[in-house]
Structures are given as structure tokens and as C-alpha cells.
Design a protein around this ligand. Sequence first.
Ligand SMILES: C[S@@+](CC[C@H](N)C(=O)[O-])C[C@H]1O[C@@H](n2cnc3c(N)ncnc32)[C@H](O)[C@@H]1O
Length: 193
Amino acid sequence: MTDLPPLVVLAQAAAAELGMPLSREGTGPSCCLPGVGRFLAVLAAGCAGGLIGEMGTGVGVGAAWMASAMPAGCRLVTVELDPVRVAAAQRVFADQDRVEVIHGDSYDELARRAPFDLVFVDGGPSDRVVELLRIGGRLVFDDVTPVEALPADSPYRENDPKREFFFTDSRLVATEVVLPDLQNSLLVGTRVR
Ligand SMILES: C[S@@+](CC[C@H](N)C(=O)[O-])C[C@H]1O[C@@H](n2cnc3c(N)ncnc32)[C@H](O)[C@@H]1O
């Protein structure tokens, strides 16, 4: 469980160069946590012959987890608005002909390439993301705090827009997965209609 895939090590080094944190602490954008990356890798490994999308590349940490695990016939498209991060991610994936790093708006660029087998929603508008999936395709959101780990007075205990979105869309069968640190969770859903 401790070994990181070489591509992830490369992406984490790019993150360090740009000062992009590997944790959720701080105010700016951060890279996906290793627990999230491992979960993405599990899903990516099941996408034989499929297409994976990522909204918000950062410098490619989550994409590196997915690309390291996806089967040979699978492709990954990841989209980022920030040109400096795009350039860094393109260097990370320079030798990976199954990975495309695109500069642009994540929803617009993925919508042009849909349908996807797996979409990691990590930057950009999320209201129409279910439409990006084929039936049976999966959606993942991270940066969620388990209710038990929230402060007693947190408004997210009662009303969390991400959970609301996931658990009220009748096209998704969805659940929350709490990571082993018990401080972070993610939401995962499968499109059924
Ligand atoms: C949390 S970071 C992404 C981390 C990355 N997914 C990872 O696994 O390390 C969010 C990123 O989304 C990008 N972003 C925000 N809005 C966007 C949009 N509309 N289209 C594309 N990228 C966007 C930000 O510039 C930022 O780099």
C-alpha cells in the first residue's frame, strides 16, 4: 500500500515545483490525496477499452493514478484551465500516448468527447456532469469531509451541496466512501439511466 506508481511520483514532483499541496490544507487548489488516487485507480483498472475523463487536471496527480492503472486499450482525457498547470501536466504525460492533457473548460471539452466510462469531477462546473457518462459509467467527487469529522456547528452537517447533488439525481446509484484516515471521503455514483 505504500509504493507509489512512478507516474504519480512524477506528478507529485511537478506539484511540489508549482507549490501545489498534496493535502486539503490551505486555500488554493490542491492535488488529490493518495487515498482518493488509489480509489480512482481501482475504478480505472475496470475500464477495459474505455474512456476516462477528468475535470481539473491540476498538474496531473489524479490522472497519474488513473493512467497507471487503466488497461492497455483505455484512454484518458484531462482538462485544465490554468496554462501553467497544463504545461506541467503535459510534461508529466509526455511519454504517455494514451493520455491527453487539454487546455480549456473542463465541461465543454469533455462534452465534446462524451460518453465516458469514468469521470473524476475535480474542477469546473459540476451541475451537468451525469450527462458525460454512458449508462454504467461512474462519477467521482472528492474533497468531502465525513459528517462525523465535521465540527459540531458546521452547516455541512445539514446541507452539503455535493451530497445533495449526488443523492438526489435519480440517474445515479450513489454512495459516500470514507477514506482510511476517517477525515476525508469521496462520493461515487454509477449512471443507471
Ligand atoms: C483540485 S485541483 C485539481 C487536482 C487534480 N485533479 C489532482 O488530482 O491532483 C482543481 C483544478 O481545477 C481547475 N479548474 C477550475 N475550474 C476549471 C474549469 N472550468 N475547467 C478546467 N479546469 C478548471 C483549477 O485550475 C485547478 O487546477
